[in-house]
Ligand binder design. Structure first.
Ligand code: PRT
Ligand code: ZN
Length: 226
């Protein structure tokens, strides 16, 4: 159960952002008792409840006002914002802090053997991605007539499977692209984890005061790591 007077924070349950987000909360003095299978975790020393969910759900939970804060990658946040705007849903949020983990880039990569002479080589091509809204925005900006093919996983095998000509996926070390015979050509978005909040006008004074007490501690933690 959650109590509406307690600050609700959404974090990824299990994935690349989970450990760093929990570690940051602990570093700013939020004591947490997390039991692996449970959706909700309570803080034992602050009026805070954690909602542990898939990262895909976090932007919507903040934008719909179900939670007050959320830790999320900017890639996912921007994609969901575009998707929600396109379907007329609320898409407002504020970035409370940009964080120092979850760094990656969303890039277009093509098979090693595909001739590539710049973005115009993508004209008329099918590009597999989990981020169709970011990719289509890029095509429009670049004035390219190409098609984003939505895949929720295994994007890197799409060209070999004959499902697409190229891909647009997250890259950090580049090892996955290399292992799949793909070459990174265009970076379309650079991302890090961020802590977002619902529009502050919608927060109670008590919750706002708690955020104002905790946020400077995040700056302290980030500074100490530099
Ligand atoms: O289950 P849930 O939906 O919560 O998790 P998920 O599988 O959707 O996400 P997860 O945990 O994989 O990633 C969460 C967030 O971490 C992403 O939205 C990014 O903001 C950030 N992040 C940082 C990354 C990467 N780096 C990353 N390298 N997310 C994914 N990758 C994948 C990428 O998709 C590709 O498959 O790693 C592979 C490439 O890595 P390299 O090192 O081989 O280039
Ligand atoms: Zn996800």
């Amino acid at each position: 159960m959650t109590d509406s007077k307690r600050l609700r924070i959404a974090v990824q349950k299990s994935g690349r952002l989970s450990d760093d987000s929990i570690a940051l909360l602990k570093a700013i003095g939020v004591k947490l008792s997390i039991r692996d299978r449970l959706l909700i975790a309570h803080s034992t020393n602050e009026k805070i409840d954690l909602l542990r969910v898939r990262d895909d759900d976090i932007p919507g939970l903040v934008m719909d006002g179900v939670v007050d804060l959320g830790f999320i990658g900017e890639n996912e946040l921007e994609e969901k914002m575009l998707e929600r705007k396109a379907s007329g849903k609320p898409a407002d949020y504020e970035v409370l802090r940009r964080l120092d983990y979850g760094g990656c880039r969303l890039s277009i990569a093509v098979p090693n053997e595909m001739p590539y002479a710049g973005v115009s080589s993508l004209e008329g091509k099918r590009v597999a991605t989990t981020y169709p809204f970011l990719l289509e925005r890029y095509f429009i900006e670049q004035n390219i007539n190409a098609k984003a093919v939505m895949l929720t996983g295994s994007v890197e095998v799409a060209p070999r499977a004959g499902v697409a000509d190229a891909i647009c996926d997250l890259v950090s070390t580049g090892a996955t692209l290399e292992a799949n015979g793909l070459e990174e050509k265009e970076v379309i978005f650079r991302s890090k984890a961020v802590l977002i909040q619902r529009k502050d006008s919608e927060l109670s004074d008590e919750k706002q005061a708690l955020i104002e007490r905790l946020a400077p501690r995040i700056d302290g933690v980030l500074l100490a790591k530099e």
